[in-house]
Design a protein around this ligand. Structure first.
Ligand SMILES: [Zn+2]
Length: 249
């Protein structure tokens, strides 16, 4: 037998044994995964509602964030490009992908989708020149509570897929612990996070990519943009990418 084939057969056999001991499940529908399926079943992967926003300079997500940015500024600022891998709304089972990473510590699933996001960005001329990946930070007290920052896990994977990009999880800090945003209005969210971020240091770069798990109102990304823009000036491009873009319908 071809040694590679033998290796694959052994790998499949080992996985089958592991599946019997501790079944793996699809992060979206919960169905038990079979053979070569990883993290998500074939059916859910085929139906993943991709946005393809990475191919568009302007799209519903970038328009939403830039509207928040413009409301908070007196002076003109360069348009922020933004994209997400997939859409979801409150009824969609795909909301479980970011939830699995944020609340259930399913790091393997989070990394898998982070890599998919990174690959989509690497294939787009709008993002291929990103040289600094900056995750949206948690306040340090919240990071201690949770034990990790989900945006940092995603940022690591994204930076790994973008040639010439590196992750810097220290440049942006959350200086104020903000209230949980779930129940706030768009205006309320914007006020809640507006001055919550500050920049520490100024590494040399040309194109910063902010990374977060989801984009809902765009208030958090707009507030991060505000802090980065005032530190880095207009010469540096600032873009944003998230796993998911939350739609209201
Ligand atoms: Zn599934």
């Amino acid at each position: 037998m071809d040694p590679r084939l033998q290796h694959l057969t052994l790998k499949t056999a080992a996985r089958s044994v592991a599946d019997l001991a501790m079944p793996r499940s699809c992060v979206v529908c919960g169905r038990r995964l079979i053979r070569d399926e990883e993290h998500i079943c074939t059916g859910c992967l085929a139906d993943l509602p991709l946005t393809y926003f990475q191919t568009l300079e302007r799209n519903p997500m970038s328009e939403r964030i830039n509207a928040v940015i413009e409301r908070g500024l007196e002076a003109w600022t360069p348009y922020m490009r933004a994209c997400a891998l997939f859409f979801y709304n409150s009824e969609s089972p795909y909301r479980r992908i970011p939830q699995a990473l944020k609340y259930s510590r399913r790091f393997g699933d989070g990394k898998f989708f982070g890599r998919l996001l990174g690959k989509a960005l690497a294939a787009s001329p709008l993002y291929a020149d990103v040289d600094l990946v900056v995750p949206v930070p948690l306040h340090w007290t919240r990071k201690i509570q949770r034990g990790y920052n989900q945006a940092e896990i995603l940022g690591e994977q994204v930076a790994g897929e973008l040639e010439g990009a590196r992750l810097d999880a220290r440049v942006l800090r959350r200086s104020r612990r903000t209230r949980t945003q779930t129940r706030l209005s768009v205006e309320g969210k914007s006020r809640n996070v507006r001055d919550a971020f500050r920049v520490v240091g100024k590494p040399s770069c040309k194109h910063i990519l902010l990374v977060d798990d989801v984009c809902t109102t765009g208030a958090t990304l707009a507030a991060c943009h505000r802090a980065l823009r005032s530190a880095f000036g207009e010469e540096v491009r600032i873009s944003a990418a998230t796993l998911a873009f939350v739609t209201t319908s």
